[in-house]
Design a protein around this ligand. Sequence first.
Ligand code: HEC
Length: 253
Amino acid sequence: MKKLLALALLLNPLSGLANDAIGIPAKGGQPEYLFLDKVSREAAPSTAKMISDALSIGRLVIFAQMPKIGNPALADKGFGADVFAEQWQAALEAQLIDITPKQEALLEKLVWAGKLSMDINQDRINTPGVKYKHFLPAKWARETGLFFNAKTGVYTKQPSVNYRHPSNAPDANEKKVLTTLVQAGETATATGEFTQMGKQAVYRYFDPVKLMEPCLACHGKPKGELDMLGYEKDGMSAGDVVGMISVAIAVED
Ligand code: HEC
């Protein structure tokens, strides 16, 4: 074995790298922390809450269409970006009260991101003959968050107890908060804190996502049984905290 390794090092022109671990996160840097849209310390909590609430509401708008989206007999579902945005914006009305111009501008960018996700998923949503098309509220919120982050630098994520998408793996902070929220169960409420991400001062907001009856087909019982996508079910009940919407927004000091 040792001989083989020595031979490999000899033959490899980059042998200096051979002893370094491969596939670990790069140190330093601040890719996501290069926030474009910063808010004042005073406005940070309400802005983060507005973004989180808008994502939750958007998730519900998608959720309401799931029976139609999952109908294999239908091709065109008539649920394009504009139809979605109309429903989402109507549901967002209450959010617009007491909103600052800066918050309104951010919400506009979030709506743009949400529409973009709907747009790029049209072929998927309109595929006939397939019941499960891998389009659901969490996927919409993940992609919307990605586009929103690219445009604004504001970070959003849906860390969960048993996350299915790797980009929802909780960071240390999210893990700590999620543990508390899961323990609180049905009584869990949103929480937030001022902290740092890299060198950037941020406000982080965490809103629990609780399971409803229709979620249990995949996130319910019995734990470990495979759901329709082949993931192991989470073994949870309606009302349980399955995850959270996590928002981080840069504050200017
Ligand atoms: C058809 C099975 C299915 C149902 C029903 C379902 N989910 Fe999920 N859930 C998934 C899949 C698959 C993902 C990963 C989506 C992605 O990011 O592409 C996911 C992701 C999530 C996430 C983000 C964390 C992660 O796992 O990546 C949350 C939070 C979540 N679901 C909550 C819910 C809630 C709340 C409901 C009911 C409103 C629900 N789910 C219904 C399959 C399901």
